[in-house]
Design a protein around this ligand. Structure first.
Ligand code: SAH
Length: 367
């Protein structure tokens, strides 16, 4: 990497990127691992505190590099212990990051884009429109900041045990910047999460699935939401480009290429839309005998939503139909609803560009 006058944000670089950076300034590549450990394992952002770097390098770094994070502008804690942060990434845009503590784990849900371009009908992020991709620094910066806010503890006692890319945005449409962040999450000299504890969720960007297997084969979740193309075309419009058969084929191939046991399918339960017995039976035909796990998500309402949450009895009937066909099915507990931190409720603050849904001025409606 060529050194230029603009400082490099080291947060944008995974291990290979850091090695190239140090080589470019005439330093040995092992500096990359040292810096990565300071920043991501130990949560240190001040070069002068990085005591195993040479004195010269500590003096030089601030002139050519920096560590630039999003800025936390608001923090909310739910009565159930869920945390939500609103993070400013530039003068007009904010994203949201959520931490969900459970008995045996702590899951951080991060965003990959400012807004989203996919227009899924039941998702409030979609209604905000799309502004831009997040940089690697802005993606991994969410993990760094949340770890700090939760009290940064080294691997053994850390509070963040899992990361899911289920916040704002479609990660497979920003894989170029998402992949280095994923590699940092799983690197033992950074967050050390292990690739099964990092889950990328996609609405079904089929070509991105094979790329993910090559770039960083983490756990994969797929937002299915409908068991036939007619319905999925309507509520998850990217289905018109990549229909269900193509999507599922890419999924089964992913389990082999990424050596993972199964794909998690997310299915938001919309009253009277996709929650009938017939829908459940269609799903069984798609998934029976396949390496698939179902995650039923009760719809989370938001202002202006055109849908309602399925009745509890309908969700149970749906689950039982799938379970009877030996499809492992869990119903996701709704968390953080009182602070609008639940699935599909993340809106941040998005200056939409050239889309028919325009964000309301100052629309931090979730907070
Ligand atoms: N674009 C990616 C990442 C976002 S994940 C994807 O679609 O997978 C966010 C998850 O929450 C997805 O499964 C999404 O379909 C679901 N979701 C969106 N809106 C929701 C809502 N209002 N209630 C419940 N779940 C919702």
């Amino acid at each position: 990497m060529q050194h230029t006058d603009t400082p490099t944000n080291l947060l944008d670089l995974d291990l290979n990127g850091l090695k190239a950076f140090f080589e470019g300034i005439g330093e040995r590549p092992f500096r990359a691992t040292q810096i990565q450990k300071w920043v991501h394992e130990l949560g240190v952002s001040d070069f002068s505190a990085m005591t195993n770097l040479s004195v010269d390098l500590r003096a030089k770094l601030p002139e050519i590099a920096h560590l630039r994070f999003p800025e936390i502008v608001l923090h909310k804690e739910s009565t159930d212990g869920t945390h939500k942060w609103l993070m400013r990434v530039d003068s007009g845009n904010c994203i949201e990051t959520v931490f969900i503590p459970e008995d045996d784990r702590g899951t951080l849900c991060i965003s990959s884009q400012v807004g989203c371009a996919l227009d899924c009908q039941f998702c409030s992020t979609a209604k905000q429109g799309f502004n831009r991709n997040l940089s690697t620094a802005e993606i991994i910066g969410q993990v760094w900041l949340a770890a700090r806010e939760l009290g940064h503890v080294r691997h053994a006692n850390r509070r963040i045990t899992n990361v899911v890319l289920m916040g704002m945005g479609e990660p497979l449409l920003n894989l170029e910047r998402v992949a280095p962040a994923l590699r940092l999450m799983i690197d033992d000299n950074a967050y050390g999460l292990g690739r099964k504890r990092v889950t990328l969720s996609t609405a079904g960007v089929v070509p991105g699935i094979a790329k993910l297997a090559r770039e960083c084969p983490v756990a994969l979740a797929v937002s299915l939401h409908a068991p036939n193309d007619a319905l999925r075309d309507e509520i998850v419009p990217i289905n018109r480009k990549y229909p269900i058969a193509q999507l599922l084929e890419a999924c089964w191939r992913y389990t082999e290429e990424a050596s993972i046991e199964q794909i998690t399918f997310e299915y938001v339960m919309l009253a009277g839309i996709n929650d009938s017995l017939e829908h459940a039976r269609q799903l069984v035909r798609l998934l029976r005998g396949k390496p698939a796990k179902m995650n039923l998500i009760p719809f989370n309402p938001f202002p202006g939503a055109a849908y309602g949450r399925s009745e509890h009895a309908d969700i149970l009937r749906f689950r039982d139909t799938l379970a009877a066909a030996d499809i492992v099915t869990i119903t996701r507990k709704t968390r953080g609803e009182d602070i609008s931190a639940a699935c599909g409720q993340l809106v941040g603050q998005v200056q939409a560009r050239g889309r028919r849904h325009r964000a309301q001025p100052g629309a931090v409606t979730a907070l």
